[in-house]
Design a protein around this ligand. Structure first.
Ligand code: UDP
Length: 242
């Protein structure tokens, strides 16, 4: 699509039928891969991410090991079939940048000092991309890290907010991400009230920014409760099995 469509329709709803303050449907599962130490599948609308965690394990190559903490290595990757047009499977500049951005956000949640000389490796595969892949990947990684039994300060809950046709909206879809006036991904550790990642593409007035922050906190709270439920259900399942 080459021309900007109307993003907010006459009835005040968005192209996918949501109200401005509504989240997309979400699904989260952990322990989905048998060969990884931890894993998860996260779906936010049509965005689907698979995450796998290995470690903490001995660092290879050894010279990269640190004496006082674990090293976190993170790869965000889009499968060739995840986007409208086939994506070249070779890592793009965007994927290299997002891998770094996600690593920095995830690192502050993990108690890396407990695992000197070791590595924790996190892989995220975007299976289907429909806006918000960096945040869905970050949440998938956070859940997979916990599934691997790695101690964390808190889970990461995240959502993008932005502006479409002058209206502040929660959890941007692809047309809003592409054509909207602003796109602001926010990720945080809700129990600690700490923000792990915030980026802003586009423009908002100070008032709109405040409105967007409030809206993101509302979304993050809902998502955080879903994440905790997923973990509780998983542990209840494991307890029944044993
Ligand atoms: N996208 C795409 N091909 C690409 C990169 C992105 O189709 O090579 C789409 C995809 O749906 C993605 C959206 O554009 O979710 C927005 O990308 P952005 O860089 O803003 O990151 P994201 O919102 O996924 O974190």
């Amino acid at each position: 699509q080459l021309q900007k469509p109307k993003l907010i329709l006459d009835d005040g709803k968005r192209l996918d039928g949501r109200k401005p303050d509504e989240l997309r449907p979400m699904k989260m599962e952990i322990g989905v891969l048998k060969n990884a130490d931890g894993s998860s599948l996260v779906q936010v609308g049509n965005t689907k991410i698979l995450a796998a965690v290995y470690g903490p394990r001995e660092m290879h190559p050894r010279h990269l090991a640190l004496p006082n903490r674990a090293v976190l290595r993170v790869r965000y990757h889009m499968t060739p079939f995840s986007t409208d047009e086939r994506k070249n499977p070779a890592p793009s500049r965007r994927e290299i940048e997002l891998s770094k951005v996600i690593r920095e956000a995830l690192e502050s949640t993990i108690l890396v000092e407990e695992f000197p000389r070791s590595s924790i490796d996190v892989f995220m595969e975007v299976i289907q991309a429909d806006a918000g892949t960096r945040l869905a990947s970050l949440m998938a990684a956070s859940l997979a890290v916990v599934d691997a039994g790695i101690p964390v300060k808190d889970l990461i809950a995240a959502v993008a907010v932005g502006k479409a046709d002058g209206i502040v909206v929660l959890d941007l879809n692809e047309p809003e991400d592409m054509w909207g006036e602003a796109d602001m991904p926010v990720a945080m550790m809700p129990a600690l009230g700490q923000i792990n990642l915030i980026q802003l593409n586009g423009n908002m007035t100070p008032d709109e920014f405040k409105q967007a922050m409030d809206l993101s906190m509302k979304g993050i709270n809902i998502i955080y409760n879903m994440e905790k439920d997923v973990l509780k259900n998983r542990y209840a399942e494991l307890k029944e099995e044993s």
